[in-house]
Design a protein around this ligand. Structure first.
Ligand code: SAH
Length: 385
C-alpha cells in the first residue's frame, strides 16, 4: 500500500477553534478533561488578541498548549487580495476550503466602521437585481469562515484590543448569501460577535438582513436579539414576486407578520426593523409606489433604507435617477418615516451592494463573459420599421 495515502487516512482531523461559539468551546475543553473556563481564555486569545499560535498562549500550561496543537488549530480562510477604494472602503477577496472565493467589505464613516460579511458562497434566492444570485449557489460557509471574515478585518486594522479604538464597530450580514438559509452557522458566528470574551459588539450593532425566509425568521427570534433588516424592494406581491422570487413562497403579508413577531419577542420595546428598498429606474421608483409603501408599512415599527440600484454587467436594470430618488424619499418622509439613503461606496473596487460575486469559479467567469457579450450586442433592427 502507498505509505503516503495511508498516512493521510489515519491523520485525525484537527478541530478549528476559530469557529467554536463560547458554548461549543467549553464543551471542547470538557471533552479534553479540562475545566470549562479555559474556553474564555481561548476565546480572548483568538478573538481579542488575534493569536492563532497555541505556543504564544502563555496563561496555559505547556502540556495543554502541546495537546491543543495536536488536536486543534486556529485557521482563518486565506486572503487572496485586499482592495482599497478611494473613499476608504476596503474589500477582501477570501479563498475558502475547496477554492471558491467570497468577499467581505469594510465601510468606514464618520461615526462607525461597518463590516459587511458573507454567509454563503453564492445564493439560492436569485433576486433579479443581485449579482450574487446570478452566480448560483455553491455552499454554506462554516462558522469559522463567517467569523473568520471579522477576524481578518480586525487583524488587518491591527485593532484587536480595547473597545474604544476599534476599527470595526458594526457588522451587517449583507454580503453574499442569505443568512437565514445558513441558520446555525450564522447564529453561532453572531453570538461570537457579541460575546464579551470575543468581539463584544452590542446586539444593536450586529444586523442580519434577510430576503424573507419566514420560518427561519420566526426561529431566529427564539435564539437571538440582533438587529433585523428585511429586503422588501416592492410594496405589492405582483412586483415583489418578480424581484425577489422567494416572495412566491412567503408573500409580503407573511414577511411583515414575521418581522412584527420578531420585534415583539425583543425585551426592549423601542427597537425598529430596517426595511431595505433597492430603487431601480422605472421599476419600483414611482411616486405611487412610494405611497403604496408608506401605506403598507404603517403596521410595522420601522425605518426605511433606500439603496440606489448598483448596476452590474448583464443585469438589464438601471440606477434610479436622482430626481426619482428624492421624490420617493420625500413622500416617505412626509408620511412620517425615518428614511436613510445608502450612498454607494467602494464602487471603484466593485464592493457596492449587489456587486459581490466572488468570481468563484470558471463557470461564473464564463457566465459573466456571456452576459457582457449580450450587453454589448446591438439591438436588432427590424427592417421596414
Ligand atoms: N440575502 C440577504 C442579504 C444580501 S444583500 C438579503 O436579501 O437581505 C444586502 C442588500 O443589498 C439586500 O437588501 C439586497 O437586496 C441589496 N442588493 C442586492 N443587489 C443589489 C444591487 N445590485 N444594488 C443595490 N442593492 C442590492
Amino acid at each position: 500500500m502507498d505509505s503516503d495515502s495511508d498516512k493521510t487516512q489515519t491523520l485525525p482531523q484537527r478541530i478549528n477553534l476559530l469557529g467554536l461559539s463560547a458554548e461549543k468551546m467549553a464543551g471542547f475543553f470538557e471533552g479534553l478533561g479540562e475545566k470549562r473556563f479555559r474556553a474564555n481564555q481561548l476565546l480572548k486569545w483568538i478573538h481579542q488578541r488575534g493569536v492563532d499560535d497555541f505556543s504564544l498562549m502563555t496563561d496555559l500550561s505547556r502540556s495543554l498548549r502541546d495537546r491543543l496543537a495536536e488536536v486543534a488549530e486556529i485557521r482563518a480562510p486565506e486572503v487572496v487580495s485586499v482592495h482599497d477604494s478611494a473613499d476608504g472602503t476596503r474589500k477582501w477577496l477570501i479563498r475558502t476550503d475547496g477554492g471558491e472565493c467570497i468577499e467581505t467589505v469594510y465601510i468606514p464613516s464618520a461615526d462607525r466602521g461597518t463590516l459587511c460579511v458573507s454567509s454563503q458562497i453564492g445564493c439560492k434566492l436569485d433576486c433579479s437585481f443581485c449579482a450574487t444570485g446570478k452566480q448560483g449557489f455553491n455552499r454554506n460557509l462554516s462558522t469559522a469562515e463567517i467569523i473568520g471574515q471579522l477576524w481578518i478585518a480586525v487583524k488587518s486594522f491591527r485593532s484587536f484590543g480595547p473597545r474604544e479604538d476599534r476599527a470595526v464597530s458594526n457588522v451587517v450580514m449583507m454580503g453574499m448569501g442569505e443568512p437565514l438559509m445558513n441558520f446555525d452557522n450564522v447564529v453561532d458566528a453572531m453570538n461570537l460577535m457579541m460575546d464579551d470574551c470575543a468581539y463584544g459588539l452590542s446586539k444593536r450593532r450586529v444586523t442580519l438582513s434577510t430576503a424573507g425566509v419566514v420560518p427561519a425568521l420566526d426561529a431566529l427570534g427564539d435564539v437571538t436579539d440582533v438587529s433585523l433588516a428585511i429586503s422588501l424592494h416592492a410594496a405589492n406581491d405582483a412586483l415583489r414576486n418578480e424581484l425577489v422570487p422567494i416572495n412566491r413562497k412567503y408573500p409580503i403579508a407573511s414577511l411583515l407578520d414575521s418581522a412584527r413577531r420578531y420585534l415583539d419577542k425583543l425585551p426592549d420595546s423601542h427597537r425598529k426593523i430596517t426595511v431595505e428598498y433597492t430603487l431601480i429606474d422605472q421599476v419600483n421608483d414611482r411616486p405611487e409606489q412610494a405611497r403604496e409603501l408608506a401605506e403598507l408599512l404603517k403596521v410595522l415599527p420601522c425605518k426605511i433604507n433606500l439603496i440606489p440600484f448598483n448596476p452590474f454587467s448583464g443585469s438589464g436594470y438601471r440606477r434610479v435617477s436622482n430626481n426619482a430618488l428624492n421624490r420617493f424619499k420625500d413622500i416617505l418622509v412626509e408620511a412620517g418615516y425615518t428614511v436613510t439613503v445608502r450612498t454607494t461606496r467602494g464602487d471603484d473596487i466593485a464592493a457596492a451592494c449587489g456587486q459581490l460575486a466572488g468570481d468563484f469559479n470558471d463557470k461564473t467567469r464564463r457566465k459573466e463573459r456571456y452576459l457582457r457579450r449580450l450587453d454589448e450586442q446591438q439591438p436588432v433592427r427590424i427592417v421596414g420599421q
